[in-house]
Design a protein around this ligand. Sequence first.
Ligand code: 6R9
Length: 651
Amino acid sequence: MSIESIKKHPVPAGFEAALVTPGDYARLYAESISDPAGFWGREGRRLDWIQPYSRVKDTDFTLGQVSIKWFEDGILNASVNCIDRHLPRRATQTAIIFEPDDPNQPARHITYAELSDKVNRFANVLLSQGVMRGDRVVIYLPMIPEAAYAMLACARIGAIHSIVFAGFSPDALANRINDSGAKLVITADTAPRGGRKTALKSNTDAALLHCSDRVRCLVVKHTGDQTSWIEGRDVDVLKLMEEVSPDCPPRPMGAEDPLFILYTSGSTGKPKGVVHTTGGYLLYAAMTHQYVFDYKDGDVFWCTADVGWVTGHSYIVYGPLANGATTLMFEGVPTWPDAGRFWAVCEKHRVNQFYTAPTAIRALMGQGPEWVEKHDLSSLRVLGTVGEPINPEAWVWYDKHVGKGRCPIVDTWWQTETGGHMITSLPGAIETKPGSATLPFFGVKPVVLDPQSGVALDGDGVEGVLCIADSWPGQMRTVWGDHQRFMETYFQQYPGYYFTGDGCRRDEDGYYWITGRVDDVINVSGHRMGTAEVESALVAHEKVAEAAVVGYPHPLKGQGIYAYVTLMNGVEPSDGLRAELEKWVRTEIGPIAKPDLIQWAPGLPKTRSGKIMRRILRKIAEDDFAALGDISTLADPSVVDELIENRMNRH
Ligand code: 6R9
């Protein structure tokens, strides 16, 4: 069966009154492309501006002078848009539902009035610690309401937050504190997840050994577990919140002032600090949240991502709260205490829109539909996926068992760099095909280029690399502290375009199918991992001489991490050493970077100039070594046979 022949799934009944109908989509999309300034100038009024903008779009993709500005002379405050402006109508409405890790603990409903109180107090605590406009604040918190308070408190006083995923190691945390030049880090004592606890405070202590001793540490006493305490450096934030004023005037910010930095993996070893600014990002997050999920007043919206990733920024906090929505924050994991937890939470809180990752769907699919069927999922209206291509089997399972065939599935393709959804269906407007992200969102102009020549492939039924031809408001503005790197990474290879790093096919119907990364980035359970990052962690181990890391197809994670390791002379390979290296990478980067398979490689395939031929390593890892291609340029072609002979069995 060719993929094109997969039939379209029509918009299910009941979506006639969706926010965007098929006619609206065609009309608004055409307008957004032919008159971006007019379109976005109007949409920008979704936000409350302290001083309205007169200029809408000022963007230039020309290599050497890339510059992206939206609503440049507008002045606003993101926390006012997410809180204050809703208070007249929504003070008693729930802003955040907090569902704790332990299902026996009560859920919490935080109203907009309470959110306002907490964020104002949190902002005053930050001010009391000397945090000023433009300062960086690193947030290393689990999925608790304080993470949202901390983000919005930064936004309120004009500080720039940078969240570090709580699963990252002390080293990764230290690197991000240092790269961003943060003054302060916010953490929690310990974090329960799936019944197990992570010692965030002691990780932070370890990280701070590698940072300036001026960096302060705010601690949220979440579990009350005992932690070490350094007087003068560590601050009990919840206690201070009770002491400060519940009123903190919002700082007026320029639309182009940075709102946050979020580090993400690229094809080189060092993670990049992706910078998003205030006006364009917030507008784009809000608008995509509303249209893509067909979010209507009173709906309960649940995005299962972690606030440590961009999906959590845009679709747990900023998008929903800018829209005055009720957003659910879940501290736990899908499979604890049992594989029905997601569905129990959907039932308990009458969730209307549910947004998760293909890896979670595949894991739950493996547990059997009976876990889903135990629960009343009649409140669900729209289902979403994000993070990696969804395989049609998982799509069909999601549609059948979770959506019962009556919930449209929005497969949302986007990136940390794009701020919000770029290619996605819309519940009432776009028919779906399992595995395709379908069509571009308003204002997004995708192009498919021939990877070698860089020529745009016109028409339908083409495959190549995915670029975007013009700017949109949610686009990242720069790499923190390194605009040159920003230009080189995204605008150099295909001049005049934003290069996404993804491969893509546009089918006969003009639908987009993301085929995966074309650079040295692998996608493990929807999380981006630079192969170079894992390699540098491995070679930092005293017994490792050299390492090469590639991705391979993994039934649950999408891609798994396959590491070829050359040991130092005289070191004998053993299972013990393998376990030691796995543990090493976990502590160097974090559990998500742990290699799934380590193959001992006495030699690696290299060109005569010493470049590792990853293409060959990828093929061996994929078990596709019949098609190795030309290996005659290798310095020593015999290493290939040895690697094939000893490849890891993954079945
Ligand atoms: C939001 C997010 C971005 C990379 C991206 C692509 C992959 C994300 C996808 C998808 C196919 C989808 N990706 N969504 N691939 N279909 N619906 O995940 O951001 O962590 O920066 O990852 O993830 O490869 O380039 P981020």
